[in-house]
Design a protein around this ligand. Sequence first.
Ligand SMILES: Nc1nc2c(c(=O)[nH]1)N=C([C@H](O)[C@H](O)COP(=O)(O)OP(=O)(O)OP(=O)(O)O)CN2
Ligand code: ZN
Length: 141
Amino acid sequence: MMQQFYPSVTHSYRFELNKDMNFSAAHFIPSEEAGKCQAVHGHTYHVNVTIGGNELDSIGFLIDFKILKDIVHKKYDHSVLNDHPEFQNKFPTTELLAEQIWKTIQEVLNTRSNEPKCLQVIVRETPTSYVVYRPRQEDFS
Ligand SMILES: Nc1nc2c(c(=O)[nH]1)N=C([C@H](O)[C@H](O)COP(=O)(O)OP(=O)(O)OP(=O)(O)O)CN2
Ligand SMILES: [Zn+2]
């Protein structure tokens, strides 16, 4: 795992959990403005997600680290991001991928009685480029 500085998110939850994961995927940005990124190419994406909450489940987890990995890795590893339904009407940019990962994780968290919240998603696409996605309060409703 590449080490990186993680921008932190301000919150007042009692617990904060972070999970690093990575996956390999191909993508392309079919717009002339994207220059060389119009051609299909691949990345090893590095993802960090931050989960907050005040309550733990019956075994003392905010959310199982493994569930978080499965949500992202099983979905995207060794795939072409453009083939996924969520990228049929928008391009798989780092920004939109980070937003989509947040939506997918928060959907799963919404099913849990201890009500954890995904507070931040960082997606690193290359050694020199990454995006931080932070939901607004209204995104949780
Ligand atoms: N705002 C965004 N800009 C770019 C995105 C993006 O998702 N959001 N994506 C790309 C390409 O997909 C490209 O793979 C990554 O671009 P870049 O960081 O420029 O890659 P390099 O390895 O060439 O970076 P260097 O720092 O110049 O080595 C482009 N832009
Ligand atoms: Zn790319």
